[in-house]
Design a protein around this ligand. Structure first.
Ligand SMILES: [Zn+2]
Ligand SMILES: [Zn+2]
Ligand SMILES: [Zn+2]
Length: 160
């Protein structure tokens, strides 16, 4: 597969990652550049990944890649909002390169494919929760699950 250095989305992701490192006072090392490159590739595929898998993949191209380095970078990028947490149908926690405005995800229960969606909880629902609990609601998480078109076309769907 060809790599296009001028891909604007890839450049945007790389810039977001590298500036998050800089803001956190992390020097721009060769290993952090590799991490950023790997994440930009994952971003293009829209793939979810676990930190452990990311580290194992990176270690294949650089045997000196430290596990703690990768975990620290992922934690930082989660905090910076460059990465999102996605809970898979089996309850395991993965990550996805997203960033940008508030959004949610729908994940396939067959193949774990995850897609970003713009839909959100309606304001009246949040207001009703606030009224009944007397909490001031200042955040929420919402995970949607379903079956993607390719899993449904494999005929495992009973049509419920
Ligand atoms: Zn997201
Ligand atoms: Zn699927
Ligand atoms: Zn929302």
């Amino acid at each position: 597969m060809a790599e296009h250095g001028d891909n604007p989305e890839k450049e945007r992701v790389l810039a977001a990652i590298l500036s998050a490192f800089t803001r956190a006072g992390m020097r721009r090392t060769r290993q952090r550049s590799r991490i950023a490159q790997a994440l930009a590739r994952l971003a293009r595929k829209g793939a979810t990944f676990s930190t452990e898998d990311l580290w194992l993949n990176l270690r294949r191209e650089d045997a000196t890649m430290g596990r703690a380095t990768v975990y620290r970078a992922v934690d930082l990028l989660l905090e910076a909002g460059v990465l999102d947490r996605v809970v898979l149908p089996d309850g395991s926690s993965t990550h996805r390169v997203c960033g940008g405005a508030h959004h949610h995800h729908v994940t396939c229960t067959g193949c774990n494919r995850t897609v970003s969606i713009d839909a959100c909880l309606p304001g009246e629902v949040l207001a009703a929760v606030s009224r009944t609990t007397e909490f001031v609601i200042d955040g929420h998480a919402l995970e949607l699950y379903g079956r993607c078109p390719s899993c449904r076309s494999m005929g495992t769907d009973a049509g419920v």
